[in-house]
Design a protein around this ligand. Structure first.
Ligand SMILES: [Zn+2]
Length: 293
């Protein structure tokens, strides 16, 4: 009897040691190929600590593996790419630190990559699709914002129409604003590229804000300047815009038009990784200045 009790006591103690709670739940051991909610938690924590795992999609794929290994070696762990108790504990500590130090801690930002899926947006005379520019700019912006400790929600993470995969599929515009409203986002930033077929010489950036919202106007002005500076594009205007995503969101909302799909100079730049990055950095600087951080 005593031996049985002692045996179960050891099992009990071992269980406590192994199951270090992560955010109130026991943390499972995760490896390449795993899927599910725990993988999403892992990906969020990696992103939070500056190790980009690719899309936060609940799939432990090669990008999550690479991010995890690089996290492990940075934090003096065995870089075996397996997320066990020691790695969970280190992630918890590291993401706690970055949450507490980040200049955008406690702030929720919804980034809305324009178009997607069957909706290409504007198409350039050379065949480029607007949706293929808005997504990488949005993903790069997210990466910087998460490094500053912000909670970032995207309306789409790939080339699809937001809302199509919902339990009850909804219209893409409704999906975009619902995500922002239901997550009580602090700001909403929609990312687009402009088109003006009448005059292919027109180039530059514009920022649109919700009519009658002083806070949206302030957000637009804060973003427009830095975006023009980091991209080197001319600032054509900051003005009210009659757009659905601006009129149906409850928080300060802005729609950025980053370059013209009808202008060869802008399109040739939009195709470049460094230029997409410059636009993302401009947006992030603008957000930091809007929040006074
Ligand atoms: Zn657009």
């Amino acid at each position: 009897m005593f031996r049985i009790l002692r045996g179960s006591a050891i099992v009990f103690i071992v269980s406590i040691l192994v199951l270090i709670p992560i955010r109130g739940h026991a943390a499972p051991i995760l490896r390449l190929g795993d899927t599910g909610q725990a993988v999403i938690t892992l990906q969020q924590m990696l992103a939070q600590t500056g190790f980009s795992p690719g899309p936060v999609d609940g799939y432990f794929g090669p990008r999550t593996l690479a991010a995890l290994k690089s996290f492990q070696s940075t934090y003096g762990l065995v870089p075996d790419g397996i997320c066990g108790p020691l790695t969970w504990a280190a992630l918890e500590r590291a993401s706690e630190v970055s949450r507490n130090l980040g200049r955008l801690r406690g702030i929720t930002i919804v980034l809305d990559a324009g178009h997607g899926g069957k909706e290409p947006g504007a198409i350039s005379p050379w065949g480029d699709k607007e949706k293929d520019f808005t997504l990488p700019i949005t993903l790069k912006t997210r990466e910087y914002l998460e490094r500053y400790g912000a909670r970032v929600i995207l309306t789409r993470y790939g080339d699809y129409s937001p809302g199509w995969d919902w339990w009850q599929p909804v219209d893409e515009l409704l999906a975009r604003v619902s995500l922002a409203n239901s997550n009580a986002a602090d700001i909403f930033v929609s990312i687009h590229c402009n088109a003006y077929p009448k005059d292919p010489a027109v180039s530059g950036v514009m920022a649109f804000y919700r009519a009658g919202s002083a806070e949206s106007a302030r957000l637009a002005w804060n973003l427009a300047g830095p975006v023009a500076r980091t991209s080197g594009l001319e600032l054509l205007g900051v003005q009210e815009g009659p757009y659905y995503v601006l009129n149906h969101t409850y928080m300060p909302a802005v729609l950025m038009e980053l370059g013209f799909m009808t202008n060869w100079h802008d399109v040739s730049l939009l195709r470049q990784n460094w230029f997409q990055d410059a636009l993302a950095q401009g947006i992030v600087r603008g957000i930091l200045s809007y929040f006074g951080r």
